[in-house]
Design a protein around this ligand. Structure first.
Ligand code: HEM
Length: 269
């Protein structure tokens, strides 16, 4: 008798706890989406090399969180920018840690990005059908490097100032568009208040927004296409080859169709 009551109470508690999730799932399908994302099948021989993408993502999230905290105290004005950075480091509680994480984290992010890209290249994971994801990756790389460039000026000390002068001058030497590019980056004839405000806005609004959008697209394509096995994979070698691709209905159009289960590569690869 006591056992049945405990069971009943437990199931009541369970359904009360799950109610908000059921409510959300019924109206959005979000829970099913997350479950699909977390429990989707990946090749059995994925290895530590495949964690480099997630490590890059983690480094990016750390940059986002620490950047938001720094923006609460930073002042994008040539007269107070450097002082505000010194204030963050010396006076704000935990400021030295957050600033250190953001400063060193920027290098960690870029290093991981290159390592991830190297892994994708060496595994041949940029080949069909993942070419588009490689292109998205290249855009991610360029955008991430631009994020580093715009962030470097923000402490507004001698190193930041002169490094930015060099970077803008290099951009200025590009054929045809160079002078135009340099003037857009400077926001005038010389580096000054307008440059700092411009770099700040690009660094904390434009580029992070672009990165979030591109990462979203990158992850969508990873879930859609799956990840590749290592080139030495016995498992991949044993898989049956793809059937012959169907002729597209009209030139330039590809007919979308679900890929047969377990098939990842074309016979030519
Ligand atoms: C913010 C930067 C990036 C993030 C957060 C990111 C994240 C990821 C993650 C989580 C994966 C799946 C797991 C893995 O293979 O490691 C992945 C796969 C992939 N990434 Fe990236 N990535 C980034 C930049 C790049 C760059 C720069 C490239 C190339 C230029 C690239 C190309 C690819 C490709 C082609 C795949 C599919 C690999 C496969 O199927 O095995 N990614 N990425």
């Amino acid at each position: 008798m006591a056992v049945t009551t405990t069971k009943k109470r437990k199931s009541k508690l369970e359904s009360a706890a799950l109610y908000p999730l059921d409510w959300l799932e019924e109206r959005s399908g979000l829970i099913g989406g997350v479950r699909y994302f977390l429990f989707r099948k990946v090749p059995g021989d994925t290895s530590w090399w495949h964690t480099l993408g997630s490590a890059t993502l983690t480094a990016f999230l750390v940059q986002l969180i620490t950047g938001v905290i720094l923006a609460m105290y930073y002042k994008p004005d040539p007269n107070s920018a450097h002082a505000s950075v010194v204030h963050i480091t010396n006076d704000v509680w935990g400021g030295w840690l957050v600033r250190g994480m953001h400063r060193w984290g920027a290098s960690v992010f870029i290093i991981l990005l290159f390592m991830h890209m190297g892994r994708v290249f060496l595994f041949g994971a940029y080949k069909y059908p993942r070419e588009l994801n490689w292109i998205v990756g290249v855009l991610l790389l360029a955008t991430a490097l631009f994020e580093g460039l715009t962030g470097y000026l923000l402490p507004f000390d001698q190193t930041a100032y002169w490094a930015t002068v060099v970077a803008i001058n290099i951009n200025g030497t590009a054929p045809f568009v160079g002078p135009f590019l340099a003037s857009i980056l400077r926001g005038g004839a010389e580096i000054g208040p307008d440059t700092l405000a411009r770099f700040y806005s690009i660094h904390m609004l434009l580029v992070p927004g672009a990165l979030i959008g591109l990462i979203g697209l990158h992850l969508y394509l990873i879930v859609r296409l799956g990840v590749t096995s290592p080139p030495w994979s016995k498992e991949a070698a044993d898989r049956p080859p793809d059937p012959e691709p169907q002729a597209p209905p009209r030139s330039g159009l590809v007919q979308p169709a679900p890929r047969p289960a377990g098939v990842r590569k074309r016979p030519t690869e």
